[in-house]
Design a protein around this ligand. Structure first.
Ligand SMILES: [Zn+2]
Length: 446
């Protein structure tokens, strides 16, 4: 007898297929009709079955800044939003993940607290190149670098020398380098200029971080990556023009993957005036024509991955003036819902395209063949979605540490009904039911 059989759901693969899914020891062992019964049975008729969402970019800030979020609360929010695996960024935790000792501290903390599976990004900062081989050996998915100030003095930005040599080392190790692409010179210069004007805090911030600052940094990172022979992952591309530029670099032979975030697809800069610090992030939200261009690139299949860049802070760091407020949007629980509402329902984005953006490409790009798709032999990481039910996001629904989210009060067509990680239901009917902890996931050896 199978451990678990999920009955009659519409399975989201290249072709939509109504089928039963049988699970044993946390893995999918059969997909078909009228499979024999399981010890546990889940009725999925009327629901769509997606591969579990993989969030390749977020900040749970553990260890060291769990008062900002923490993996216990963060992973519950991820699971409630349909997620089964996250990649934690190397900064905002203390210490930053830039050497083996810091990796081990974070691994132990996440293994203790997280209900979803997890993977770790390593950091690339000036002076950290000699640590990269050991981090690769421990299982990081790649190395994250900033081209502008990160906001944290302990994670300085990479100068061009660090970036080039770090990319050469990453290429040697077979791992991607992820970049936060904004020009330090342009953003810093404009910030000085607008400080002398009377624009108001919101306009001053938006004006200091224009699209051209993103374009310049994407262009430079792509050039260096191609020279180094490195895989480049451009995180949180905020503009349609940024995607076009990255795609041009790809056409010229650079190995580039392009990520955007739900907030760039949902909000525009007008929302920053209304929502204030809850909608402050870098790169900032853009105008509606830039957002339309970004959606066009998502629909055309040029954007590879959508990730939350969930980066929360305590409420007192989000109040007391926009200019001093922490930049970061807490959206881990709403990412799938944004793609269903604004992508599938508003723009007819095909369901298998959504599945690719949140599971298929994350697993393929970062070499995790056991996850990201629904196939015999893969991990039973599955998300059951009711496409027609409308979900309203209320503060009491948020599982994250603080009920701060720019998505509060919005309605989404498409509700996450159940999240299953390796055969175990983590969340059902908006309640967390997880019994066990998640595991560290490493890239497969090439
Ligand atoms: Zn981030």
């Amino acid at each position: 007898m199978h451990d678990l059989v999920i009955r009659g759901g519409m399975v989201v693969t290249a072709a939509l297929l109504q089928a039963d899914i049988a699970i044993e020891d946390g893995k999918i062992v059969a997909i078909g009709s009228q499979l024999p019964s399981g010890a546990e049975e889940i009725d999925a008729r009327g629901l769509h079955v997606f591969p579990g969402l993989i969030d390749v970019h977020l900040h749970f800030n553990e260890p060291g800044r769990t008062e900002w979020e923490g993996a216990a609360t963060g992973s519950r929010a991820l699971a409630a939003g349909g997620g089964t695996l996250f990649f934690d960024m190397p900064l905002n935790s203390t210490p930053c993940t830039v050497n083996a000792a810091a990796f081990e501290l974070k691994r132990a903390a996440l293994a203790e607290a997280s209900i979803t599976d997890f993977a770790l990004w390593g950091g690339l900062i000036p002076g950290s190149i000699p640590e990269m081989a050991e981090l690769a050996h421990l299982g990081v998915v790649g190395f994250k670098a900033f081209l502008c100030d990160s906001g944290l003095p302990e994670f300085p930005r990479s100068d061009d020398y660090t970036l080039l040599e770090g990319m050469r080392e990453a290429a040697h190790l077979g791992l991607p380098v992820a970049v936060h692409a904004e020009s330090q010179e342009i953003t810093q210069g404009l910030a000085r200029e607008v400080a002398a004007q009377d624009l108001g805090a919101v306009r001053a911030f938006l004006t200091s971080r224009p699209v051209i600052a993103e374009l310049e940094a994407i262009q430079r990172a792509a050039l260096l990556a191609r020279e180094a022979g490195a895989k480049l992952h451009i995180v949180h591309v905020s503009s349609g023009r940024g995607v076009v530029l990255a795609a041009e670099a790809r056409a010229r032979g650079a190995d580039v993957s392009i990520e955007t975030c739900p907030h760039y697809l949902f909000f525009t800069e007008e929302d920053v005036d209304r929502l204030g610090a809850a909608a402050k992030c870098a790169p900032p939200l853009r105008n509606s024509s830039e957002q339309d261009a970004l959606w066009a690139q998502v629909s055309a299949g040029v954007v590879d991955i959508v990730a939350s860049d969930h980066s929360p802070a305590p409420p007192d760091m989000k109040t007391g003036g926009f200019s001093r407020a922490w930049g970061g949007i807490a959206g881990v629980q709403s990412m799938f819902a944004v793609l269903l509402e604004r992508g599938h329902h508003c723009r007819q984005l095909p369901l298998d395209r959504i599945s690719s953006l949140i599971a298929g490409e994350p697993a393929r790009r970062f070499r995790i063949p056991s996850k990201g798709r629904i196939a015999i032999g893969t991990d039973a990481d599955l998300t059951l979605v009711d496409l027609s039910r409308v979900a309203h996001l209320r503060a009491e629904d948020l599982k994250q540490r603080y009920a701060l989210s720019p998505y509060l009060g919005y309605s989404f067509r498409g509700a996450i009904e159940r999240t299953i990680r390796r055969g175990e239901t983590l969340c059902a009917a908006r309640e967390i039911t997880a019994r066990s902890r998640g595991k560290l996931v490493k890239p497969s050896v090439v």
